[in-house]
Each structure stands twice: as C-alpha cells, then as structure tokens.
Design a protein around this ligand. Structure first.
Ligand code: AKG
Ligand code: FE2
Length: 339
C-alpha cells in the first residue's frame, strides 16, 4: 500500500503475520460505493464532505471551542499502546479480570496539557467522548453543518435504523484499538491525522477467537496481534485481512460484525468522528444458507440464552463442550445431509 499524497509512509505500519489486501477507495459519486454498502463490504469514500466542518478540529481549536464538561479519557495500562474496550457491567462475571485501560475523566484543557507534556514513561491517553449538547456551542455549529443530507440518504437507501451516537475520538500517535466487531453500522469520518484500519469479514469469527459474550471483553479478539499464541488460537494462521489508511476528509464504512483493528499513525494527534446506525430491520424473507453475519448473531444469542438459563456464566463452557464433544465434528455433512 502506498500513500496518496506522501503524508504517511509504509514504515509507520506495524507488521503482522497475516496477508492483507487493500480496501477499495472510491469517490462519493461512484455508483460502486452504493453497491459496496448494500453488500456490507468495507469501502473508503472520498469527497463526501461528511464531517467537513470538523477538518479544523485540532487540539487548539477544540480547546478554544469545547465546553467545560468532563470528557471520557482512557489511559492505557503501563506503557502499553493498546486500548481494548471492556464493559464494566460484565466485569462482575470475571473475578480475575484485569482491564488493559482505565477511565480517567478530565476537562479538555487538562487533557491537552497531559497530551502535550506526555513522556515515554507516561500512560498513553485516548479521548473517546460522545458528541452531545454539552460540548459547546461552536462545536454544535460545526456538527449541525455536517453533511447530514448525504449521510441520511445512506441511512435511507440501506434501510438502516436510527443514528445512535457520534463518538469523538482523539488519539495519541501510535495508539492501537485492537481487533473487535461492533453491533452497528459505522460511517467513520477521519478529520485529523492518519489511521490505518485493518478489517476481517464476519466469516473469520473462528480465526479471531472473540472472548465469550458474557466476558467484559465481549466482541474483542483474544489474539494478541503483536505476539499471537498459535497453540491456543491455531486458526489465527488462516486470518486474511483488508486494510486502508484514512486521512482528513475520508470516510470508511465499517459494516456491522466486521472485525476492525485501528492504529493511529505518527504525525501528531488523530481526530475521528463515528456515525453509528442501528442495522436494518429484519428482512421479510430470509434466504438460506444464512449469511456469516446472521450466524454470528445466532451464536451470540445462544451464549446469552445459556447465560440466562444457567444463571452462572462459568457453567456455559462446560455445557457447550458436553453438547459438542464427540457429537458434532466441525463438518457434520457426512451424516446429516438431507437426501
Ligand atoms: O478509531 C479507533 O481507534 C476505534 C474506532 C472504532 O472501533 C469504531 O469506530 O468502531
Ligand atoms: Fe469499533
């Protein structure tokens, strides 16, 4: 992959053991964009002007225009660079769980000060704050001037549900959001700096070994991409990804249930804004075989149902093993194909 304008170079990209192909990069007026979204295939969209008023959102501008509210900031554990999300509500399910980051909420000027004076031995920071009406009037003015007509047309064309939130992400260079999938459609607008996005389709669920649904790290891969444990996660050898580098003005479509790993490249802070939409309504006719997305949804529901039925998440694994071992090999076609 090469940089289009020389703003980043390939030496900044971390090295991983899996093969990568490029995500298509298309102009907003290219009809192929609509086809990619309709087929839930990732695509980088240029020229949409989705978050154009935010292209000036560097730290100085934001400090001047953001309100005095407290912001959600995460600090990575130790000197680590990974920001693995976890659900504090599920932490009670795992007595030995040790989060890899913790929340350190602060005002924006405090964040900027810590950001600018940070030394290599300090914890890295990552601000992840929902854009709402407490963020200051100048920012609300910019927000109102986003290209809502384009994004709402996408929502309508693809029969998505309501917009649920816009997350403002301000990252230090070199921070990594490890591979995970979300349960919403995402038009992710890059406004400052460059991010590398690596994605894997939902069909690679088995290669990426997500944590159990009742674990605080639900939806996150258990595989450490920097040091994969192939004994524990042998199918990670079969993982094959797609990648793109997004810069100011680019929008990348991250379809629901698609795995994504995101690195902030070197060159100062990176700023992004997400547009998360609920997925489309249940189709009136279901076609078989089901899609990999539908199968992920079924697996999640089975895990949730077992958790509720057993009233103890620790019992789910042994029940599932008893259900499968010696009974259901990976391919049951030999003895279960209908005539
Ligand atoms: O940009 C990042 O670091 C993470 C963003 C992400 O996971 C998302 O938008 O769903
Ligand atoms: Fe995500």
């Amino acid at each position: 992959m090469t940089s289009t304008g020389g703003e980043w170079d390939a030496s900044q990209l971390r090295e991983y053991p899996f093969p990568l192909e490029n995500i298509p990069r298309l102009d907003v007026n290219d009809p192929e964009v609509g086809r990619c979204i309709a087929q839930t295939q990732p695509v980088v969209i240029t020229g949409s002007k989705l978050a154009e008023p935010a292209l000036k959102w560097n730290l100085d501008y934001l400090q001047e225009h953001l309100g005095q509210c407290m912001f959600n900031v995460f600090a990575a554990k130790g000197t680590g660079h990974k920001f693995m999300y976890y659900d504090p509500k599920k932490a009670a399910n795992c007595k030995d769980f040790e989060p890899q980051m913790h929340a350190v909420d602060m005002t924006f000027p405090e964040f900027v000060h810590r950001f600018r004076t940070s030394k290599p031995e300090d914890s890295r920071l990552y601000l992840q704050q929902a854009l709402n009406d407490t963020v200051g009037t100048a920012i609300v003015d910019d927000f109102v001037n986003f290209n809502w007509s384009w994004v709402t047309a996408q929502q309508r064309t693809h029969d998505w549900g309501p917009l649920t939130s816009n997350l403002l992400l301000i990252s230090m260079e070199g921070n990594v959001t490890p591979a995970h999938y979300d349960e919403q459609e995402n038009l992710f607008a890059q406004v400052q700096g460059y991010k590398r996005v690596i994605m894997f389709p939902p069909s690679q669920f088995g290669c990426l070994y997500p944590f159990p649904v009742n674990h605080p790290c639900d939806r996150q891969s258990q595989v450490d991409f920097d040091n994969p444990d192939y004994e524990k996660f042998p199918k990670f050898r079969n993982a094959k990804g797609l990648q793109a580098v997004v810069g100011p003005g680019d929008v990348i479509y991250i379809p629901m249930y698609w795995w994504h790993h995101i690195e902030s490249l070197l060159g100062g802070e990176t700023v992004s804004v997400t547009f998360w939409y609920k997925t489309s309504r249940i189709p009136q006719t279901i076609t078989y075989p089901l899609s990999p997305q539908q199968k992920v949804c079924i697996m999640r529901n089975i895990e949730k149902m077992l958790g509720e039925a057993l009233k103890d998440p620790a019992e789910i694994g042994s029940l599932l093993h008893t259900l499968v071992q010696g009974r259901y090999p990976a391919d049951t076609r030999d003895f279960m194909s209908p005539t």
